[in-house]
Design a protein around this ligand. Structure first.
Ligand code: SF4
Ligand code: SF4
Length: 383
């Protein structure tokens, strides 16, 4: 491949990288001072971790997913983005599972922790997860600059999805398989008789600047069309779909449905679904001090609406039953999130389905609730 500085200098331009070009992109991002986060194989799963080189990418690995099931599988090719969502999401870097809010010494000096300076580059962000990043940014912006700072210096290399997994339903949530807005670069991976390549679309001027530092060539019209077709075809192969009704109205109507009791009989209230969800943002705080009493600290950590204590008010817990806690979770996710933040809280990634130990499926429960209510199809756009 040859470098041509005129090829990709504007948002919307498209170029082609080969496999070595992808490795070079990672190297360039590292040189530019980014901490590169991307998929890699560890602990029998494809997880997100810091990448030092393209050798760590999960080349040749895919996954099989189903309710309550996630399993690595060897692919017949060397695709690096040939897998659907894993147990983690990008949330862990933008909204850390645990962070110190402040500390105080014996002399009463109140200290804030140092501001994290890390500049992240996320590699391989799917349409559903990019939508989740947009949702999370909107939600956390209510907490002020300290909660949204990691978003400001973020460089996103998105990856269009051409092989949805068994629990994916992004197409019915309008978040994929094509990546939406908010990326710096977007890759579509293709492997055929012409080789292994990535059609790269420029999303921002920073994306264009970075891409000009990588060996690439002009994308042909045929390559661009082929990539677009592969992505649009993926919408026909979703493992699942969300019912096409006004979910907000449906959940309001379904408050007293029998379905809640049935789902509660299976739900363990373990909270896995909220931990793996890329948009669930609930936290709690705890105060700790050393034994000598010289230092006290306040920490924030992820919490879950499935925890019994989560709805604790003076006088007791409001949501005591599993039934009320599952109803709260799904009603917020698919319904009242619109009232609060102007969009759905679910992006259709499917993580809560495969990582639920008893295989409870949010699309199946929404379909059962819809079926119990006899609703008209929703012709509006779901966001
Ligand atoms: S729905 Fe599944 S993952 Fe969520 S709390 Fe219940 S058992 Fe756990
Ligand atoms: S509710 Fe489930 S499918 Fe929807 S975004 Fe969260 S984890 Fe993904």
């Amino acid at each position: 491949m040859t470098d041509d500085g005129d090829l990709t200098d504007r948002p919307g331009d498209q170029a082609v990288l080969d496999r070595a070009g992808l490795d070079q992109l990672i190297a360039v991002l590292l040189q530019e001072g980014y901490q590169v986060i991307g998929p890699t194989v560890r602990d029998s799963a494809i997880v997100l971790d810091t990448l030092e080189s393209g050798d760590q990418l999960p080349a040749g690995w895919g996954v099989e997913t189903a309710p309550g099931r996630y399993q690595l599988r060897k692919r017949s090719d060397s695709a690096v983005f040939g897998h659907s969502a894993g147990p983690q999401s990008w949330k862990q870097y933008l909204h850390p599972p645990r962070r110190q809010l402040w500390s105080e010494g014996q002399d009463g000096t109140y200290r804030l922790p140092p501001t994290p300076e890390t500049k992240y580059a996320f590699l391989g962000v799917r349409g559903c997860d990019l939508a989740a990043i947009r949702v999370l940014k909107r939600v956390l912006s209510a907490g002020g600059p300290s909660t949204t700072r990691p978003f400001e210096s973020l460089f996103i290399v998105a990856a269009n999805c051409t092989e949805p997994g068994g629990v994916c339903f992004c197409a019915s949530m309008n978040t994929g398989p094509a990546v939406g807005t908010g990326f710096d670069l977007c890759l579509t991976e293709q492997i055929d008789e012409d080789g292994h390549r990535f059609v790269a679309e420029v999303g921002t001027t920073e994306g264009a600047r970075v891409l000009t530092l990588v060996n690439r060539r002009r994308a042909t019209d045929a390559e661009i069309v082929e990539a677009e077709l592969a992505v649009s075809d993926a919408a026909n192969h979703m493992g699942r779909e969300m019912p096409n009704v006004d979910l907000r109205a449906m959940l309001r109507e379904a408050r007293d449905a029998d379905v809640w009791e049935d789902v509660a009989s299976r739900c363990l209230t373990c909270g896995n679904c909220t931990m793996v969800c890329p948009t669930c943002f609930c936290t709690t705080t705890e105060d700790v001090s050393d034994l000598a009493g010289d230092n006290a600290e306040r920490w924030q950590h992820w919490s879950s609406c499935f925890d019994l204590d989560y709805s604790q008010l003076h006088g007791g817990t409001v949501r005591v039953s599993g039934e009320s806690r599952y109803r709260q979770w799904i009603s917020h996710k698919l319904g009242t999130w619109y009232d609060q933040f102007g969009s759905s809280g679910c992006v259709g990634c499917g993580r809560c389905i495969d990582w639920c130990p008893v295989g409870i499926d949010i699309t199946a429960e929404a379909a059962r609730l819809t079926g119990a209510l006899d609703l008209e199809p929703d012709l509006g756009e779901r966001r």
